[in-house]
Ligand binder design. Sequence first.
Ligand SMILES: [Mn+2]
Length: 317
Amino acid sequence: MSLTEIARFISQHDCFLVTSHARPDGDALGSELGLALGLHSAGKKVDVVNHDPHPSTYSELPGIERILISDRVPHLEYDAAFVLECGDMGRPELRGLEKLRVINIDHHITNQNFGEFNWNDTSAAAAGEMIYRLLRQAGIPVDARIATNLYVALFTDTGSFQYRGTTAQTLETAADLVRAGADPSFAARIIYNSNPYEKIRLLGMVLTTLRRDPSGRIAWIRLTQEMLRESGANKADTEGLVNYPLSIQEVQVVAFIREGGEGSFRVSLRSKGDVDVAAVAHRFGGGGHVNASGFELNGLYDEVLETVLQQLRPLVI
Ligand SMILES: [Mn+2]
């Protein structure tokens, strides 16, 4: 389904669900809220449902109070569900989603085209950029509240306009959003200067686990359940910690291994330049981008670490 077809579908229908992946990031939240506020202003009924609460960083996003936290869809009467930023139907972790007509909007190369309608643009720097185009196409005015959400989506998914994939098009979209009322200093403040105390305590604990391989190009950090308890931080506070080791000059790839319950681990990978961690995540049933991906693994920590390192070593030779 093309952009114009989705825009037409919006104009012809009235009741929508909007969701994104579990453990939402800035692009997930900004895209969802930008779309939901737009649909609402166009007179549509819209529910935003996420599996997990948002990181506290995003508490000031306009409309954030609209998000309902649940592990299932509230009802089945929606004309369609917008699933944003998800490689497959499992990522939102919402029961009942499979019973709805799904409009899949994503910019990840690993997208499985799982929807009834699929719009996947891997040239978009963020899903938020696609939502901006969709609202324009649908003739829905982008007000300051919508623009703020979409700007934050763009700002976070490009690593503050640092990552490859940040193009003239990205910056032009950002400029449009600023003209529409987004405030770059607001975005910078909430992203860089609104950490909870507990998150920084957790960061300290996690950074004591920092190790690297003999080449110095691969680094890894670890999170245990005990660190979460001791710091008082929550699961959402673990987002973004993976980026700290990447700031080391010679490090090319970072693994962040988070202990879940009962021998399950969530592995987040980050890399620089051409080092492709999406391919690694894909091998383990996960997904992501060239420079940012994730997947789940079961086992003992040492086994999980060795499995991950085996996959990473060939990438940095
Ligand atoms: Mn994204």
